[in-house]
Design a protein around this ligand. Sequence first.
Ligand SMILES: NC(=O)c1ccc[n+]([C@@H]2O[C@H](COP(=O)([O-])OP(=O)(O)OC[C@H]3O[C@@H](n4cnc5c(N)ncnc54)[C@H](OP(=O)(O)O)[C@@H]3O)[C@@H](O)[C@H]2O)c1
Length: 247
Amino acid sequence: MSVIVITGGSRGIGASAAEHIAHQGMGVILTYNRHPEAAASVVERIEHTGGNAVALKLDVSDVATFPGFRDSVALALRETWGLTTLSGLVNNAGYGLFNPLASVSEAQFDGLFNVHLKAPFFLTQTLLPLLADGASIVNLTSATTRVATAGVAPYAAFKGGLEVLTRYMAKEFGERRIRANAVSPGAIRTELGGGLNDEFEALLAGQTALGRVGEPQDVARVIAMLLSQEGGWINAQTIEVAGGYII
Ligand SMILES: NC(=O)c1ccc[n+]([C@@H]2O[C@H](COP(=O)([O-])OP(=O)(O)OC[C@H]3O[C@@H](n4cnc5c(N)ncnc54)[C@H](OP(=O)(O)O)[C@@H]3O)[C@@H](O)[C@H]2O)c1
């Protein structure tokens, strides 16, 4: 049995990924922040289909809580699965914010930085002692690192930083055969940044070669593959999962 941690597993891409990963036969420790009830439903759906999952509270913007979170993960591993190590970590938790560069406040900048770059850095560092040799790390970035999209400058800049950080993780953890890859979604139908209205969805679908926006499961399948042996020789890559967005 192998077990992974996924942050932001209560909704959207993270919830779908948690279900796909569990369906592959892995145990899942998923985290939630503001929506414990949504996390509980994900756990229920996984258990209903014969899988095992545990939901833990984690605010990824609060690095001081990470050592305590590591202890909770170690306890869940031992009590639920009789294990001492993790075989994967998905840094997925995030939020969107639209504001033109000219009016972004320092607090907005810091908030996005904390969640999208500082958190994956220090959460990975904190959980490293629990990660088994040969484990897989997946970091969620964004197609906005390739296509400049007005209104998301700090978000995109930190996601770009996370793509660089992903290659450094692969470089430094390679001696333990730990792989690290970034998954970079295009527009996906979730509640991120307030969700998609009809007009915005039509615009994005028209900019996408496959003619529609993505669904959470379009990204979840790729995350699950990277955690499995199917993805065992993929390392240090950023894989855009966007149906051919602005090509
Ligand atoms: N949707 C897109 O179009 C898109 C495109 C490119 C990249 N992405 C990236 O994909 C990832 C998932 O996004 P999504 O679309 O699935 O978003 P979503 O549906 O809004 O879900 C966000 C998830 O992140 C969690 N979260 C948010 N802030 C958190 C914090 N401070 N601490 C801990 N957890 C926190 C939420 O937990 P609670 O609900 O429990 O608070 C929730 O589970 C994000 O990194 C996002 O930047 C999304």
